[in-house]
Design a protein around this ligand. Structure first.
Ligand code: GLU
Length: 554
């Protein structure tokens, strides 16, 4: 037995499983050639960030478009930073945007899949099996340095002006302790961490090919980083290597704050005897501020939290559509060519992702969302509006659901046409969009009337129109009837003619319909007026016309 092996037994007396046992327990997946296994691996330390949703979406698309598997793994090794409901928030967040988890943590204390546990706090034994192997092979050693030792080490390095600071070379006091020294310290009960014995050299470089960032050359890792903390819990780096190996992840897609750790990760995979996965590092979502760019901040920007979109009433389809425009610059061209295709049909390609941070643009999201909602069936817009109102505006919810057939017709106006209207960007817009349909919300003070239309003109138009109004008219009849009112009132049905000789007329057909539109809705601008009147019904329409006439006559 070598001294390394003796040390391993001393450190991990209870570990009897071997790496081979784990290999057999978590065998390579039986997937078709080219299928990618990806994962989203958040820590449950706060709300789901839009950048997290973006990373999860990219991982999901990679798995889905290749017939692979998308895993949700929870990285909960830092119990101090964990928040209550952190896991449920993440799952709920992903679900609410339709990013379906194929395997992993799928609910509170609920897992699915044969490569678990998927919560790091439940994987202690697995880490220890591999840690033991590293010790046996001389790739890891116990470090008995205390916090004070490490602080004084840093201070000395500071003083000497060492370029790279950390535990390595002559600074790595515990690296070369003899077996006897190690044994005596362990038996005395001294606390220790387990450190990596890095085979790297300061002067060496490594190269790797990032699927998003391209070929990258970096200094090789030569630091003896901590693998297991004093309580036996792994650090992120070690857990990453062990988990992604035994979950058989093929593509590690994560935020680019991890690029600088790649040399260490590659070294760890190799020391463990694992195949190195492919890496893709996503640039963070940025925000424009004072002419510059900065990362979207959890603290400062409400739009950083995915819950913001639900509160505002952006449908999940819009948020995902918008994220796809950030993900692949050719998405918008594809969308123009395939306006009605499902998002899932987009041939996503990770290699086409931007290497610099995409700029988050709320105005763009609003435009994208208007388009997405304009193409939804009326019934869906109605249902979504109700779901939103139920949570955020109960009074409006009661109005919307009082007569669902009536409310649905509101969303039918000008929909299913070659150029549907794009009035609604989010469901919090629906109330103001539709308020004149509900007497409880409708409050017309007629102040919208343009200046060129005098009270007298309004009185003559409304007086004549009320007499002529026939609720049974078809749309064409309704429009002809308005046109035929023009001449007797001194208006022209022909806008061009009006423009040529404006002094000859009081106004044109557009002005006439404006009078009627304002009388019925209080607005200058609405969707198709005929449909509005049909939905309001004969009595209400006539009553509103009459009330407006009374107003102008007073
Ligand atoms: N838990 C890490 C984080 O939240 C995961 C990084 C990774 O995907 O590997 O940043």
């Amino acid at each position: 037995m070598t001294e390394f092996e003796k040390l391993a037994d001393l450190l991990f007396p209870d570990i009897t499983k071997t790496p081979q046992d784990l290999e057999a327990q978590f065998p390579p997946r039986n997937l078709k050639e080219g299928a990618r296994v990806t994962r989203f691996a958040p820590s449950p330390t706060g709300f789901l960030h839009i950048g997290g949703l973006f990373a999860a979406l990219i991982s999901k698309l990679n798995a889905k478009t290749t017939g692979g598997v998308f895993i949700l793994r929870i990285e909960d090794t830092d119990k101090k930073r964990e928040i209550t409901d952190g896991v449920s928030e993440i799952i709920k967040g992903l679900e609410s945007f339709g990013v379906e988890i194929d395997e992993g943590v799928v609910g509170f204390n609920k897992e699915s899949g044969a490569y678990g546990p998927y919560q790091q706090s439940h994987r202690a034994e697995i880490y220890h099996v591999i840690a033991k192997k590293l010790v046996q092979e001389g790739f890891a050693y116990p470090c008995f340095c205390t916090e004070e030792d490490l602080t004084s080490l840093r201070e000395k390095q500071e003083k000497e002006g060492t370029v790279i600071k950390g535990y390595f070379g002559k600074w790595a006091k515990c690296r070369d302790l003899s077996f006897e020294e190690q044994k005596a310290l362990i038996e005395s009960g001294a606390p220790y961490t387990l450190r990596f014995r890095s085979p790297g050299k300061e002067e060496n470089k490594i190269k790797y090919d990032d699927l998003i960032k391209g070929k990258i050359e970096m200094q090789e890792n030569f630091l003896d980083v901590v693998l297991l903390k004093t309580d036996g819990i792994p650090t992120y780096h070690f857990a990453h290597a062990v988990d992604d190996h035994f979950m058989r992840t093929t593509h590690v897609i994560r935020g680019d704050e991890w690029v600088s750790s790649v040399p260490l990760h590659i070294q760890l995979f190799k020391a463990c005897g694992f195949r190195v996965p492919k890496y893709a590092h996503i640039s963070p979502i940025m925000k424009e501020e004072n002419g510059g760019k900065r990362k979207l901040s959890k603290r400062k920007d409400p739009e950083a939290a995915v819950t913001y979109y639900a509160k505002q009433g952006f449908p999940k389809e819009s948020v995902i559509e918008y994220l796809l425009t950030l993900a692949n610059s050719n998405f918008e061209d594809w969308r123009r060519a395939n306006p009605k295709a499902a998002q899932s049909e987009f041939p996503f390609n990770i290699k086409k992702m931007s290497t610099s941070g995409a700029l988050f643009d709320l105005t763009k999201l609003i435009d994208v969302s208007k388009n997405v909602i304009s193409l939804m069936p009326a019934e869906q817009v109605y249902n979504y509006s109700c779901l939103w109102a139920k949570d955020y505006d109960e009074e409006f919810y009661n109005l919307l659901t009082r007569d669902s057939e009536f409310s649905k017709r509101i969303f039918e106006i000008d929909r299913d046409t070659p150029k549907p209207r794009k009035d609604i960007a989010k469901f919090s817009d629906v109330k103001s969009y539709s308020e004149y349909f509900f007497d409880e919300l409708y409050n017309n003070d007629y102040s919208e009337m343009p200046e060129n239309i005098t009270k007298e003109m309004a009185v003559s138009v409304l007086g004549a129109y009320i007499n002529e109004y026939n609720h049974a008219d078809s749309k064409d009849e309704w429009f002809s009837r308005m046109k035929s009112l023009c001449e007797p009132l001194g208006f022209t049905p022909n806008v061009k003619e009006y423009k040529k000789n404006p002094e000859m007329f009081k106004g044109h057909i557009g002005d006439l319909s404006t009078v009627i539109r304002i009388a019925v809705t209080g607005r200058r601008n609405t969707p198709d007026l005929y449909s509005i009147m049909q939905i309001l019904g004969e009595d209400k329409t006539k009553a509103r016309l009459k009330k407006a006439l009374d107003f102008y006559e007073a």
